[in-house]
Design a protein around this ligand. Structure first.
Ligand code: ADP
Length: 373
């Protein structure tokens, strides 16, 4: 029997198929230019016939849902009530949750007798204390408009912290970790004894670190200033901050490999982009060193975190006073351990696998028969 992990985007369906018992990956694929999710799932079903998989007979579907608000602190088996609750969260993540719901609805129509599970990017961070998740804004905005930090990339931070504890040979419950997911989206997480206590993304994935095309944190007054002085509408500003900022704005591309090549060729904007990107990451590292009392390891993941020795080195060099000592040789090779022997804080490079983590949440939920009631 299989578990199929579904990531329904605005015009695509990404799927990964796992053996429900062993969580071994059986297949994965991407259906692009999806106009109708129903047709998309039929295409997926046809593709899976080669593995003798009938999508109406599998163990379960696990759907990635970006925003779980504060209702969903764990994965759930979807019923009509939950669909309505996820729909109520659409204003918090208009692009993502709307597509995720469409995907769930279509998959439930095609395979109505199979359990469908929703796994939320926000759930892992539901353990943050109020002083970390509240914004210094009037209570009304929290109570009636649900404005607070939620955090994202939860499956990734959870996955690499579990793997990190395996590699360190110590239970996660006794470790303090900082995880950096650095890809097109970028977020950091402070994990105390297996529990997320703070993360850099906020009510939406726009807050925090500099990203591929997102600004990350900026002075909120810039928005009003742009509306008054440049007569931009709020929609234009949202596009500016989400799609035309970050690395793209400073270097002209969000592909860090090309930016580093341009930097090496002496292009000043590429150099500035790399400096800004790494400086903000380094500041975040310092902040989480301060809030976790003692850090055992820092974990790097995501396309950049896994592959860019330059970014990791710029973040971690000259931090002897924090007991962080990076090993240049190991770092250049993207080795699993990239710290020197005498570094108290261990430094690890761990490829993320969000789909596996989502399948693993689904497996645990399906094993818990009582939750099927
Ligand atoms: P997404 O968040 O879209 O899943 P990824 O995690 O795949 O993105 O990260 C994409 C980023 O990783 C791009 O900026 C890409 O240039 C960068 N990247 C991938 N390989 C390397 C590398 N060898 N050196 C530097 N950056 C890299």
């Amino acid at each position: 029997m299989s578990i199929i992990v579904i990531n329904a985007g605005s015009s695509s369906i990404k799927y990964s198929v796992y053996n429900a018992a062993t969580l071994e990956m059986i297949d994965h694929g991407l259906i692009e230019e999806v106009l109708d999710y129903h047709d998309g799932f039929i295409q997926m079903g046809v593709a899976l016939v080669r593995h003798n998989i009938d999508i109406c007979q599998i163990e379960g579907f696990a759907h990635r849902v970006v925003h779980g608000g504060d209702q969903f602190y764990a994965p759930v088996i979807i019923n009509d009530l939950f669909i309505d609750e996820i729909r109520r969260l659409v204003p918090l993540a208009p692009l993502h949750n709307a597509a995720n719901i469409e995907g769930i609805m279509a998959a439930r129509t095609i395979a109505p007798n199979v359990p469908h599970i929703a796994v939320f990017d926000t759930s892992f961070h539901q353990t943050m204390p109020p002083y970390a998740y509240r914004y210094p804004l009037p209570h009304d905005l929290y109570e009636n408009y649900h404005i607070r930090r939620y955090g994202f990339h939860g499956s990734s931070h959870d996955y690499v912290s579990r793997k990190g504890s395996e590699h360190l040979g110590l239970p996660r419950e006794i470790l303090n970790l900082i995880t950096f997911h650095i890809g097109n989206g970028v977020s950091a997480c402070a994990i105390r004894q297996g529990i997320s206590i703070d993360t850099s993304m906020g009510m939406t994935p726009l807050e925090g670190l500099m990203m591929g095309s997102r600004s990350g944190s900026i002075d909120p007054s810039i928005i009003g200033y742009l509306m008054r002085e440049k007569h931009l509408t709020i929609d234009e500003i949202e596009i500016l901050l989400n799609k035309q900022s970050g690395l793209i704005a400073i270097a002209g591309t969000n592909d860090l490999r090309r930016i580093i090549e341009a930097k090496n060729a002496g292009e000043p904007n590429a150099e500035l982009a790399v400096e800004m990107f790494c400086y903000r990451l380094r500041k975040q590292l310092g902040a989480y060193m301060a809030v976790l009392d003692g850090v055992n390891a820092i974990i790097f993941t995501g396309g950049i975190g896994e592959h860019s020795a330059l970014v990791r080195k710029t973040m971690c060099e000259k931090l002897d006073h924090l007991d962080i000592r990076i090993d240049d040789e190991q770092n250049t090779h993207n080795a699993l351990f990239i710290h020197q022997h005498n570094s108290t804080v261990k430094l690890l490079v761990i490829p993320t696998d969000e789909e596996y983590q989502i399948a693993s949440y689904a497996q645990a939920l399906l094993l818990d028969k009582s939750s099927l009631k």
